[in-house]
Design a protein around this ligand. Sequence first.
Ligand SMILES: [Fe+2]
Length: 164
Amino acid sequence: MNYLGIDTKQLQGVADRLNQLLASYNIYYQNLRGFHWYVQGKSFFDLHKLFEQYYNDAQEEIDDIAERILTIGHNPDGTLHKYLDKTEIPESRNLLSDQEMARHILHNQAELIKSMREIIKTAASVEDEGTVDVVSGMLSKMEKKAWLLNTWSDNRGKRMPNPT
Ligand SMILES: [Fe+2]
């Protein structure tokens, strides 16, 4: 039964973009885990904890994205090689300073934000309001995370590039 009331073929473009977001989110998740383990120095307690909060949120969001793809009648990618193939954000090296870690995560978040906005536009164009709703909720939360991290960076006297 087509419980959506939208032809699933019309949702192929939305599913493709969601799979791209899923791929990038998985790399973002792993970048955060690496930074959580490797952060050192005066910022250890701040960033060790913050990165843990961010990857725990990312884990839930990854599940929400994958299950949204299933809900709209398509298949979420589930392998690391597909994620590496489709991701729009790079894997980060772990041996970075706290400021560099913050900059890398801000850039990752900026890419995710861009990708979410594109999904919202694509989903709205085929009247897939459910996807618009799911991704809009993630978008505003990710924007807040980027603001918090950007503010933390500024407070340490070195302005980070605007994540746009
Ligand atoms: Fe831990």
